[in-house]
Design a protein around this ligand. Structure first.
Ligand code: GDP
Ligand code: IMO
Ligand code: MG
Length: 422
């Protein structure tokens, strides 16, 4: 019997999960996504080419690996079809490497409209959703109205679709929101036809069998722990459980089937969309970080907000996930700074704490920093830890001591090769 390793983001998403899944894939037989949907954008870079995946697991470029889209994922047939087309254009034989859970829910065009209408109504207090229909789709799932992949094969699929769309149209009348559905629907049904060419499975049964056969399985998280529906900075979160426990419900595997939990974090912090961000740098330093790190969304192209590393938030995320190994990404981006700050505590109304408060309200949580000397040297060509500047080793040692978890990989650039094992 094998165990399922879980890999996930510890911050507000975009930590570099796609890159690391790709690096680790040679060790695995199966890579499985367990939550989220096309709100994710996972970037992989190798042989001079960049690839961005939204719903398809990041193991897809390896021909020995089976990629599973689990029941916890929500699928937009339009985005899915585009992803498949792009992969096929790169000669990736998607159909033979990809399995989709019959229990994964479908994002309808009207889910996207409801997402947009709800955000427009919220005005200034909007979540900053990617507008991919994620929230409304998970609402229909928990509200027991959703359409699932398995329904595509049922004789009354169209009837089920129309019933749900009628409900959505009624809901849309409550918003001041103009829309036209016809073109979106046509594309959606084209996407459904492309989905039909793929293999639908009961992914929990498939994975149970794989575990018994001692297959090596990696569960790939989307978003980050601080966007988790329960533990993130609610309501500025996504609509799924992004923490390790989500792998159990999103794949149908038992808690005692989980092996290692790999926590991915950037050497600093970023956030795209609204919501509190204690260490955010709304100044020239943040601008430089954004420029150096090319911090623009892989899914929406939006500028990501940037700030220093936040230890209380990172520790909180590690505890929620039972992290066994940390992977530090984008160390090269901090090479531009003479001095690097790390937030070790918060000051909340005059009280110092290193715990995550109930409410990370903007402005009320003041970060307390420790200053470390920067390394100020190019890291991008480094391939061994022996070549690390002392200041980088000190930075890593500081974080390991605070977290009490080893940092086993350090990433110094977007390419597969720019990954150093410690
Ligand atoms: P994900 O959503 O967690 O998979 O992360 P994204 O792909 O959305 O964002 C991470 C971005 O950083 C991508 O553009 C990656 O190519 C890039 N990246 C990953 N690791 C590194 C690194 O170590 N250094 C630099 N400079 N870029 C990196
Ligand atoms: P990956 O997997 C970064 C953010 C959105 C918004 C909030 C809710 O690439 O790390 P949603 O569309 O889910 O309703 O948006 O969550 N968000 C992400 N931020 N990376 C992601 O995914 C994200 N997926 C959602 O910006 O603030
Ligand atoms: Mg991303």
């Amino acid at each position: 019997m094998s165990k399922v390793d879980v890999l996930l983001g510890l911050q507000w998403g975009d930590e570099g999960k796609g890159k690391i899944v790709d690096v680790l894939t040679p060790k695995y037989d199966i890579v499985a996504r367990f939550q989220g949907g096309p709100n994710a954008g996972h970037t992989l870079e190798f042989n001079g080419t960049k690839h961005v995946l939204h719903t398809i697991p990041s193991g897809i470029f390896h021909d020995h690996v089976t990629n599973v889209v689990g029941n916890g994922v929500v699928i937009d047939p339009v985005v899915f079809a585009t992803e498949i087309e792009k992969l096929q254009a790169k000669n990736v034989d998607v159909a033979s490497r990809l399995l989709i859970s019959k229990k994964a829910h479908l994002i309808l065009p009207t889910h996207k409209l409801l997402d947009a209408a709800s955000e427009a109504e919220k005005g200034k207090s909007k979540i900053g959703s990617t507008l991919k229909g994620i929230g409304p789709t998970y609402m229909d799932k928990t509200g027991r109205n959703g359409l699932r992949i398995g329904d595509i094969l049922s004789n009354n699929f169209l009837e089920k679709y129309n019933t749900l769309v009628e409900k959505h149209k009624k809901m849309l009348t409550h918003f001041h929101f103009e829309y036209s559905l016809d073109e979106m629907e046509a594309k959606w049904f084209e996407g459904i036809e492309i989905l039909k060419t793929l293999t639908f499975i009961d992914s929990e049964n498939y994975l149970h069998k794989a575990i018994r056969e001692d297959k090596k399985i990696l569960a790939e998280g989307a978003q980050g722990s601080l966007l988790d529906i329960d533990f993130g900075s609610y309501p500025f979160v996504t609509s799924s459980n992004t923490v390790a426990a989500g792998a159990c419900t999103g794949l149908g595997i038992a808690p005692n089937s989980i092996g290692s939990a790999f926590g991915i974090f950037k050497a600093y912090c970023t956030r795209v969309g609204s919501g509190p961000f204690p260490t955010e740098l709304e100044n020239e330093v943040g601008e430089r970080m954004r420029k150096e790190g090319n911090e623009f969304g892989s899914t929406t192209g939006r500028a990501r907000r940037c700030g220093w590393l936040d230890i209380p938030a990172l520790r909180y995320a590690c505890r929620l996930n039972g992290i066994t190994e940390l992977y530090m990404m984008k160390a090269d981006v901090l090479s531009i700074f003479e001095e690097i700050l790390i937030c070790t505590h918060y000051n909340i109304n005059g009280i110092q704490t290193d715990e995550m408060p109930y409410d990370l309200l903007d402005g009320k949580v003041e970060p307390i920093y420790t200053s470390l000397k920067g390394w100020n040297a190019d890291l991008t060509k480094i391939r061994t830890i022996e070549e690390f500047p002392q200041e980088l080793s000190d930075y890593i040692a500081f974080i390991e001591k605070e977290m009490e978890i080893p940092i086993t990989y350090v990433s110094v650039g977007p390419d597969r090769e720019q990954t150093i094992v410690r």
